[in-house]
Design a protein around this ligand. Sequence first.
Ligand code: 16G
Ligand code: ZN
Length: 532
Amino acid sequence: QERLSQIAKFSTLHPRPEGHKFAYGTAGFRLLGSLLDSVVFRVGLLAALRSRKLDGETIGVMITASHNPPDDNGVKLIDPQGEMLEASWETYATKLANAETDDELTKDYLAVAEALKINLDSPANVVFARDTRASGPALVAALKDGLQAVAADYTDYRILTTPQLHYVVKCINTATTATPYGKPTEEGYYEKLATAFQIVTMGKPKPPVITVDAANGVGGPKLKELARYIGSDHIDINVVKDEIDAVEKLNHQCGADFVKTQQKLPLGLEPASLELYASLDGDADRIVFYYVDEASKFHLLDGDKIASLVAMFIRDLLAVSGVDLQVGIVQTAYANGSSSKYLTDILKVPVTVTPTGVKHLHHAAQLFDIGIYFEANGHGTVLFSNSAMKSLESFEAQNPGQQDAVTTLLSLAALINQTVGDALSDLLLVTAILSHKVWGPDEWNLAYTDLPNRLVRVVVKDRMAFKTEDAERRLVEPKGLQAQIDALVKKYKSGRSFVRASGTEDAVRVYAEAATRLEADELAVKVSDLLK
Ligand code: 16G
Ligand code: ZN
């Protein structure tokens, strides 16, 4: 009883703003930082509940709004193995966030505990971190109040990238198991990745020099630190757009989301022809690469290109090693048609398509021995199943070639962040492969040619009226609309288009691709017009 009064007492310090309906969506809670105080406080309560439900396993709380503008912020929970919060808990998060009064909050909190048979006297462990946004420190204070209100133990990891916190969570929860994931510290992260990179690229030429636009976010300083651990004997990484103190510059006309959606260079970047460039997003869980050719033409190497490069490399390594493992790819409807065709017809690896959002891709990738998933926007990773790891570890090579391939595969598993898409880890993965192939960006880009495509954001009266099937590739509702889209698409060579409600904004998105730039643009406009 006394303890419950603590919740109400602390909650009065974090009043809920009136007239706002909060929802835990694909990216957790995300909105203006100034509106998030009560939400983050309550996420503290929920994180403790989640940990208590799981016998005191450590839960992560990340405060970030990724690629959103500087004034936004957000918060999301990380489950014990470094995965996204289990979907069934999203409704509890939404419930607590929307409780109208301090008493209602206490009541809702108790109701969740009761429904899930959670022992409120058991231990709760939470770790958290934030990105570089100005609203971060105050939100961290709100989170601490939430954790204190319910007597949870916590550790503040201060400023980290989102994937670094996912890594830390997994390390903590696997520390006493047969397969510890690593040292649960920022240094442990750098050491693990740096060592793996050095082994994967041993005896190979240095990868091409890479210039990285860090979106003026947390990825800048962290990437520089990582590069320091690896050493300039092994890789040359040149970080630009790393002004984290100029908070208003975060994601502004730079960063992975800008480059991918605008299909152009970050503002002010003057690229040398045929050199390799990359852009991170604001919390460094996405990366896209690009270059300009001799004719100054811009070429984007997005998530689909990364997936294709990685699939080719892993498939070839497996073939050389003689280890029998099934590689599979997971994509979303946004995957460029040319990439899907290349993966299926040329590489002959199975492709699964899921709805947008990491949780869907991640789970589908877990069904393969080695599951590669990337969203076209540059979020993705590679998952090695436990049995795949065992097969690789116990494999008895018949010759040095096989041994080399198996060693490389095992080091790749260490280099790749197995918890979530990680821009820094993906950057090392891609450059390691380019080093093996002795490729520059233009050779990488040769595998297939993207179909021109266009993404349009359309504001509609009610985006919830848009219901899809077939992994968001077809509309079921509003009735009749899909038939109209089909009729349009039919008129375009290599035409494809779909419409889906955004999970993060109050709008619907229209994607279109076709044989030429003009036709892709035209198809996107015509489909958008159907929605008005
Ligand atoms: C979220 C997702 C991202 C997805 C994006 C789509 C996670 C961690 N992030 O940022 O994977 O691409 O939403 O946004 O799941 P949309 O629904 O607004 O198009
Ligand atoms: Zn992000």
